[in-house]
Design a protein around this ligand. Structure first.
Ligand SMILES: Cc1cc2nc3c(=O)[nH]c(=O)nc-3n(C[C@H](O)[C@H](O)[C@H](O)COP(=O)(O)OP(=O)(O)OC[C@H]3O[C@@H](n4cnc5c(N)ncnc54)[C@H](O)[C@@H]3O)c2cc1C
Length: 394
């Protein structure tokens, strides 16, 4: 007997990757169900590059009201603040060098999730506000069960259930994990001077200290460092943190004030050994996690989403071994190469890796002095220059 499907595609996880995947599927006419508890508030902001904004535009989630709480990224500065004998020159990239109005926009993640939920409902995604407890490949279909005792059948499962993904484990996909012995403090603050639409990444011993523009005289901060240092910062008063930020930004933003309550995130590295198996495709942090140097995480996740939709549309059976192999082939190079570069860049700021630090200085110096390399780095920073999914193409 053939099993009746509850939906062709079942997406599990209601973070930005799951919401975007379900909405894009539904907009492409694919019968889609999203199983996820509603995501809570998130204090992070995410720098999303031009191709990601194109995908969000497709979903109807951008620009709309999101643009009022977000800020364009016109310039990116990289400053070597390591204090070593040999240091890299200051690197400034400008969007106009690529003929763009902006590299991307800095968007509050909580507001993005609200917009994506609205877009999913408008697109006709069937929402099931429940947590998945089991998932399995039954041969011709896949099945999931939820805490509420519901059982659903789909042709393919899209795993977007985060870094400790249950679907990934059920699909028998193993991962490589590595630790950076680092955490990131996230907050927002006001400043008396203008940020001039510049995002500034300061390379400091222990990790990057990155300020990213928000509307008006305000910025978001991602401050990476040793876990004990970041933990201790959580107990400082707003005024004490303002003083720390004042010192680190060296007066470039004027007087710092109104520091929002900070939150810390552990820095982890993870890569799935396969990006699809057993009628399950991995998207977002189920497939890859790495430190936010260069703002690549969600940009890469949205490329997962775009490719997952292209694979579903391109195969009669989207859970077949051929579809699984297609998705894996589309994602493995982008993820592996970017993770390697970002991990090397991040590790170079950890004190005990002097040879890597010299490599970082050499790479930044070469980029600074060789214009074709600058162009290449800027273009690659936005997205891979080929093999973009349909929803991200211009
Ligand atoms: C400090 C910091 C700064 C960052 N800055 C940037 C940036 O500037 N640009 C950028 O591109 N990226 C950035 N990132 C990365 C980006 O924030 C993440 O990649 C993204 O938020 C992960 O989204 P996700 O949907 O994959 O996972 P999650 O947001 O973790 O969502 C997973 C969801 O699945 C749900 N779930 C879990 N288990 C189940 C289950 N069994 N059943 C149903 N649902 C389940 C959870 O409730 C959750 O809602 C940053 C990350 C950090 C830590």
């Amino acid at each position: 007997m053939t099993q009746t499907l509850d939906a062709r595609v079942i997406v599990v996880g209601g973070g930005p990757a799951g919401l975007a995947a379900a909405t894009l599927m539904a907009l492409e006419g694919v019968d889609t169900m999203l199983v996820a508890p509603e995501a809570g508030p998130d204090p992070r902001t995410v720098a999303l590059m031009e191709p990601s904004l194109r995908l969000l535009g497709h979903l109807g989630a951008w620009p709309g009201s999101l643009s009022f709480v977000s800020s364009p990224l016109l310039h990116l500065d990289i400053i070597d603040d390591m204090g070593n004998l040999v240091s890299a020159p200051r690197l400034t990239f400008s969007a106009v060098e690529l003929g763009l109005d902006a590299f991307g926009w800095n968007i509050p993640l909580g507001a993005l999730i609200v917009e994506l939920r609205a877009a999913a409902l408008a697109a006709g995604v069937r929402m099931v506000p429940d947590t998945v407890t089991t998932s399995e490949n039954l041969g011709a279909v896949a099945a999931i069960e939820t805490t509420g005792g519901q059982r659903f059948y789909g042709e393919v499962l899209i795993a977007a259930d985060g870094i400790e993904s249950l679907l990934r484990k059920s699909a028998g996909i193993s991962v490589d994990r590595w630790s950076f012995d680092q955490s990131a403090l996230v907050t927002t603050f006001s400043h008396s001077g203008s940020h001039r639409d510049v995002s500034t990444e300061r390379h400091r011993p222990g990790g990057a200290f990155t300020t990213v523009p928000l509307p008006g005289n305000a910025s978001s901060l991602v401050w990476m460092g040793a876990p004990n240092i970041i933990e201790s910062l959580l107990f400082r008063t707003g005024q004490e943190l303002a003083m720390e930020i004042q010192i680190a930004t060296r007066g470039t933003l004027g007087l710092i004030s109104n520091v929002a309550p900070p939150k810390a995130f552990p820095m982890r590295g993870l890569r799935a050994r396969s990006f699809a198996a057993n009628r399950t495709m991995l998207t977002g942090e189920t497939a890859h996690a790495f430190p936010p140097v260069g703002a690549q995480g969600l940009n890469m996740s949205l490329r997962d989403v775009g490719h997952a939709v292209d694979v579903v549309l391109g195969h009669d059976d989207a859970g077949s071994p051929a579809a699984m192999a297609d998705y894996h082939a589309r994602r493995s190079r982008d993820v592996t190469e970017r993770q390697a570069i970002i991990s090397a860049m991040n590790t170079s700021m950890l004190a005990e890796f002097l040879p890597l630090d010299l490599m970082r200085v050499g790479a930044l110096s070469a980029i600074s002095s060789f214009p074709p390399l600058r162009q290449l780095v800027m273009r690659q920073g936005l997205a891979p220059t080929n093999n973009l999914p349909y929803a991200m193409r211009g």
